[in-house]
Structures are given as structure tokens and as C-alpha cells.
Design a protein around this ligand. Structure first.
Ligand SMILES: *Cc1c(COP(=O)(O)O)cnc(C)c1O
Length: 420
């Protein structure tokens, strides 16, 4: 047997589930918007709640939290969370060393300073001890990420935030529906931001939302995302503009369109079942891989419901000297499924380059504080060099899909010498 990468027969030639998967009600929901005379929240009242407001209510209830403010993206959600919590010019914000670049670029975008800290080598989420060591008098907030849906150590991080009087914000862009000690991901900090981007477990292509228990924070976030306007408690007369102007807070337009909200209303109805299906497949896969000698990403103690945005596999020590890029390419060729290295440590990522944007050139002192070369993240760098991931949609197919993945990893292990 030869590796498929080197011209051998692949383990699998059949297709994987397509993503996204439209809910059957999505077309009807979209048609309703199309003929409603209301394609945006900043449009005239037509006698019914907007799709955006309807989705906000549904998503808040689903998360068991009081308030939800939908946004145009997860990025927009993080930005309004930071700003509504009072994070701004020159404040330090502690962020994990490994995440999607937006976790850190949004901190820069509110003129604050991202301070990267190392992650736990097993969960790949923020290490509370490293976060504690990074606290300075300028620290204002912590943005914690539940990476690939593994939950961060929220007990320790909440305790840390309390002791140092820091704002804890959750970047829950990858963790819709995960549960930690009875609470859904996104509801454990002052605000929790979600992404509904194409890749995410709940998606409308491009979209986002922020949840919070704090009504004043929710109002500020609502105004920040709609040029300083918000929805009134009671609707205006028919065909008059619904949003009201208060002039208390300047915002920007980061609103979710009615079409996107319509898709989310339909898709949310499928999420629990999909999360459950992925978790069942993942637990079978985790056991089989453990037997083969491959560890998988852990989640923190206190996790009551594990979900999966990506499935993460650690290459054992016998793979030292073989890059994750080569191992991922070999697995991708065996399976016909993209298997990629996890995100690089953010300061080393080609996507993270504040110096390329004139808007962040706020003087020599700021330039020094946001310098990428400042950060030392040995655990994150080592973790990034050892882990592979594939998309959650591969867990939405047949039970036998797991056997193919296990077979591909077994083949990879047997042939690893050919990759050096
Ligand atoms: C996707 C993602 C974001 C950004 O969301 P967008 O909708 O793409 O703007 C932020 N943080 C994490 C961890 C993400 O995965």
C-alpha cells in the first residue's frame, strides 16, 4: 500500500456531507422577506416584527440569556462587545495565543492593545495562569475563546476577572450550544459574541450575534450596531421608520440583514440535532483514535455538553520531524477531505499584521505596544505545530465515516517515514 499522496489508492473516494445544509424552512423564510417591503432593520415598520428581532428573541431563549443583538458578522459582534464594555484607546486586552485572527484584530480595531497569552496544551484554550501573569494596571478585559468548541477553563478565568476587576468577554464564534456547568458558551462573561459565518455550526453565510444578561449593555450594543439607533419597545405607526434616534451614542452600521436573519431562524431549528449527531460521531472517533495512539483535543473540566466546530487530532511524538502540513496533505489525499494544521499562533500568522494598516499607526508608543515581535508563546507555537483539524461537517454523515478517518490515520502512522 502506498500513500495516496504518493500515487497509491486512497482510503476513501466517496463524498463527504456538503456544508452548509439548508433547513427546509429556509426558502419560505427568505421568500417572506423578499415580498415584505422590509429588507433591513433600518426600514419602515410593516406590521410585524423584523426577522432580525425574531431571531434575536429565539437565539436569546436558546442560550437561556436575556438579550441578543444580531450583527453583520462575528467580527462586528466582538467589536461592539468591546466598545460597549468600555474598552478603547490604549487599553490592554488579554487574548489567547491561538485563535482565528479576528479575536485579536478586533481588539486593534477599537484602538486597544492585544496582549497574547499562552494556551493550555491539551484544550488549546487560554491558560488562566498565563493570563494572570499578563495582567498589568492597563489591562481592561479578557477575551476568551472556546477554540474548535472545546471550552476554556471558565471557573479560573471568571475568578481571575473578578479578582482583578477585568471585563470577561467570550468569543463563542466556534461554540454555539456548548455547555459548561449548566451555562451555554457565550453566557458566562459580560458579553458573548457568536459568528454565523459560512463555516460555523450555525450559519447564514455572513452574520453574527452578541448575547448578554445586562440590559444597559444590550442597549449600547444595539446602538453601536445601528448608527446610534435602536428598536423601540412599541412599534411605530405602520410604514414609519422603526428605529429611534436617541443621540446618546455614536454607532456604525453593523446590522444583520433581514435575509440573513431569515436563514438563521430556519437554521437554528436544526442546530441541536446537528450538535448531537456530531458529538456522537466524535466520541466514537475519539475512542478509536486513542486506541491507535492519537490524542484528541480535550475540553475543560466542567464541560457538560461538548460540541464540535473542528475535530482536532494531535500527532504523537513519533511524528516529530514531520510537519503538520505534510501530515495534513497526506490525510487529505487519503480521505478527499481537507485536513489542515490548526491555526498558527496569532502573532506568527500572516493574517495578523497591524503594521499594514495606516489606521493603527497611532504613534511610536502604540507601535511598540502592538509590535508582533513582543510576544513569546512557546506552548501555543508547539501546540500549533502538533495538531491537525478537519471541519465539523465531516461528522454529519454515516457511522462508517469514522472508520475511514481511523483507517487513514492508521495508514499515515504506518507510512510516516515516507513523509520525512
Ligand atoms: C469566525 C470567528 C470570528 C469572526 O467571525 P466572522 O463572522 O468571520 O467575522 C472570531 N473569532 C473566532 C474564534 C472565529 O472562529
Amino acid at each position: 500500500m502506498t500513500l495516496a499522496l504518493h500515487g497509491g489508492d486512497p482510503v476513501r473516494t466517496t463524498h463527504w456531507p456538503l456544508w452548509p445544509q439548508p433547513a427546509s424552512e429556509a426558502a419560505q423564510q427568505l421568500t417572506e422577506v423578499l415580498y415584505s417591503g422590509r429588507w433591513s432593520i433600518s426600514g419602515p415598520y410593516r406590521g410585524t416584527d423584523t426577522k432580525e428581532r425574531t431571531f434575536a428573541r429565539m437565539f436569546a431563549r436558546w442560550n437561556d440569556v436575556e438579550h441578543c443583538v444580531p450583527t453583520a458578522s462575528g467580527t462586528a459582534g466582538l467589536m461592539i462587545s468591546l466598545e460597549a464594555c468600555g474598552v478603547g484607546a490604549g487599553d490592554e486586552v488579554i487574548v489567547p495565543g491561538i485563535s482565528w485572527v479576528a479575536t485579536a484584530s478586533t481588539v486593534l480595531a477599537v484602538n486597544a492593545v492585544p496582549v497574547f497569552v499562552d494556551v493550555d496544551p491539551d484544550t488549546l484554550c487560554m491558560d488562566p495562569a498565563a493570563a494572570e501573569a499578563a495582567v498589568t494596571p492597563d489591562t481592561k478585559a479578557i477575551v476568551v475563546v472556546h477554540l474548535y468548541s472545546a471550552l476554556a477553563d471558565m471557573d479560573a478565568l471568571r475568578d481571575l476577572a473578578r479578582r482583578h476587576d477585568l471585563t470577561l468577554i467570550e468569543d463563542a464564534a466556534q461554540a454555539h450550544g456548548a455547555v459548561y456547568r449548566g451555562a451555554r458558551a457565550g453566557t458566562m462573561g459580560r458579553a458573548g459574541a457568536f459568528s454565523m459565518h459560512h463555516t460555523k455550526v450555525l450559519t447564514c453565510g455572513e452574520g453574527g450575534a452578541v448575547v448578554t444578561a445586562d440590559p444597559e449593555l444590550a442597549r449600547r450594543m444595539a446602538e453601536l450596531r445601528a448608527d446610534g439607533r435602536h428598536q423601540p419597545e412599541l412599534p411605530p405607526p405602520l410604514h414609519e421608520m422603526e428605529l429611534v434616534t436617541t443621540g446618546t451614542l455614536m454607532g456604525s452600521n453593523r446590522a444583520l440583514s433581514e435575509f440573513h436573519a431569515a436563514v438563521l431562524i430556519a437554521q437554528l431549528g436544526r442546530l441541536d440535532r446537528q450538535n448531537e449527531q456530531r458529538a456522537i460521531q466524535a466520541s466514537v472517533l475519539e475512542k478509536a483514535l486513542a486506541d491507535l495512539g492519537f490524542a484528541t483535543q480535550r475540553t475543560s473540566d466542567g464541560t457538560e455538553q461538548r460540541t464540535y466546530f473542528g475535530f482536532v487530532i494531535r500527532l504523537p511524538e513519533e511524528f516529530d520531524g514531520i510537519g503538520t502540513a505534510a501530515a495534513g496533505a497526506a490525510l487529505s489525499a487519503e480521505l478527499g477531505l481537507p485536513v489542515k494544521p490548526v491555526y498558527p499562533a496569532i502573532p506568527a500568522s500572516p493574517l495578523y499584521w497591524p503594521g499594514s494598516r495606516r489606521r493603527f499607526d497611532l504613534g511610536a508608543e502604540h507601535r511598540r505596544r502592538i509590535d508582533r515581535a513582543r510576544h513569546r508563546l512557546p506552548v501555543s507555537e508547539r501546540a500549533a505545530a502538533r495538531h491537525l483539524t478537519f471541519h465539523h461537517s465531516a461528522l454529519l454523515g454515516e457511522r462508517s465515516d469514522v472508520d475511514d478517518i481511523v483507517a487513514a490515520l492508521g495508514k499515515l502512522r504506518d507510512h510516516r517515514a515516507e513523509l520525512v
